[in-house]
Design a binder for this molecule. Structure first.
Ligand code: EPU
Length: 429
């Protein structure tokens, strides 16, 4: 069930039940996968906790095993112990091509063995997702880059610090360049970096391993390369996107949900937008209570953190179909993230697309339909749409949702949702 490509299961959702109760969440997917990749830099053992029970984690473990890391993963306990042995520079293509996050092995491999060959990564179908910023940064640090048939090879006889300004605060490029720079010779200054909470988590863990990093959480990282990094134990930061997804689900269904193990400060803008849309949000130290109100239209623009996250845009779009008035949603990060609109329209949503802007008119009573999970977030949003629609909604290709949401069906069901996972063959006709 945890193989991201194997399952042909569907979700069957019958809408109309407001979500009520308490849900306790996992560690962040987009942190855990990078923390695991950072084990390549460790001389000793990296011991991670709060590792989420999602399908991408065992795939990442396979990628790392193929590179020579001994990985002891216990998904039930949420722990992962990683101990690098003799590190190979050529990552196994089959596992690498299955998750985009395997690209985060590039920086640490170049850092540690000064060489890497990786298949160009797979992952979600949400746009072109180039890696030019990763490669240009490594070149500035002294590496040569060769693109082969579906693979990229990077060689750095010498890896030195560099002064870099990224064209765009790319999450993946920031992480790769950071993980190369922490063990490069001399100082690096990387400007216009991404500063998502998951990147801050990675920076802080690297510091605990012995890295010298200044400016964590700011747009400029100052890094002094060190020779080696040592062992540490680290708790993966909470998943703000998972928390935001449950918050939108509570609000869209007219519910009242307490979300535990969340850092409200990671969700500043999503919470501002929820409140502006008429949702009551109470913030605790590591919890949120989200209570539905009379929903009103809001305008949202996706941007790198601390902007509104693109990873919550499809879920918000579902909520806005239930809000009074016309909302405008502008997508600036992934060009194809509006593909989900085609699915929502099949349920009766009134959404007009003009380039990277969407106009959502509401409220509209959505009608159950058969939808396809186009990627991890669109899949979660399709299930949310099912929770507010009349009749039955079937979500196909839910293996995408398995990649990023731990126990998704069980958690929604525990909040009173009428949702089940079923084999594709169970569908009539
Ligand atoms: N880009 C380039 N060239 C590059 C790097 C990025 O053109 O060298 C472009 C991409 O094509 C894209 C944009 O920049 O249009 C953003 O890419 P970024 O590098 O910031 O994102 P990423 O590292 O590929 C991570 C998350 C995504 C999340 C984005 C933005 C992981 C494994 N993935 O992707 O998460 O949407 O940052 O926050 O960390 C998800 O979890 O559903 C997901 C897609």
């Amino acid at each position: 069930m945890l193989d991201p490509t194997a399952s042909t299961d569907v979700f069957r959702v019958r809408g109309g039940e407001p979500l009520r109760g308490t849900v306790r969440l996992s560690g962040a997917k987009n942190s855990a996968l990078k923390l695991m990749a950072a084990s390549l830099l460790c001389d000793g053992e990296l011991s991670l906790s709060c590792v989420p029970r999602i399908a991408d984690v065992p795939v990442m473990a396979d990628v790392l095993r193929g590179l020579g890391v001994s990985v002891d993963l216990d998904l039930h306990a949420g722990t992962c112990r990683l101990r690098p042995g003799k590190i190979s520079w050529h990552a196994p293509a089959d596992a690498v091509s299955r998750i985009r996050a395997s690209l985060s092995c590039l920086g640490p491999l170049v850092g540690r063995v000064r060489r890497a060959r990786l298949a160009l990564p797979g992952g979600d179908r949400i746009g072109a997702r180039g890696i030019d910023l990763h490669l240009r940064g490594l070149q500035a640090m002294g590496a040569t880059v060769t693109e082969l048939d579906g693979e990229v090879e990077v060689f750095a006889g010498e890896l030195h610090g560099a002064y870099l300004t990224l064209d765009f605060p790319s999450v993946g490029a920031t992480e790769n360049l950071l993980m190369a720079a922490v063990v490069a010779e001399g100082e690096s200054i990387i400007d216009n970096v991404a500063r998502e909470p998951e990147i801050q988590d990675l920076c802080r863990m690297l510091v605990a391993m012995g890295a010298k990093i200044g400016g964590i959480g700011s747009p400029t990282l100052e890094i002094e390369g060190v020779e080696r990094l040592g062992s540490t134990s680290w708790e993966t930061c909470p998943d703000r996107i998972e928390a935001g997804t449950y918050a939108m689900a509570a609000a869209a269904t007219g519910g009242d949900v307490v979300i535990e193990r969340v850092r409200p400060s990671d969700l500043t803008l999503p919470l501002i937008k929820l409140r502006a849309a008429g949702v009551a949000v109470e913030e605790g130290a590591d919890s949120l209570r989200v209570k539905a109100g009379d929903l009103e239209a809001v305008d949202v623009v996706t941007l790198p953190y601390p902007g509104f996250p693109t990873d919550l845009q499809p879920q918000l779009m579902v909520l806005l179909t239930q809000a009074l008035g016309t909302s405008r949603c502008t997508e600036n990060v992934f060009e194809s993230r509006f593909s989900f609109v085609t699915e929502l329209r099949r349920m009766g949503a009134d959404i007009e697309i003009d380039g990277h802007h969407a106009l959502i008119r509401g409220p509209v009573r959505l009608a159950g339909a058969t939808l396809t999970a186009l990627d991890v977030r669109a899949g979660a949003a399709a299930a949310l749409a099912g929770l507010v629609a009349s009749g039955e909604t079937v979500v196909r290709d839910v293996h995408h949702v398995d990649r990023g949401y731990a126990d998704f069906v069980q958690r929604l069901a525990s909040l009173g949702a009428d949702i089940e996972r079923a084999p594709l063959e169970s569908l009539d006709g």
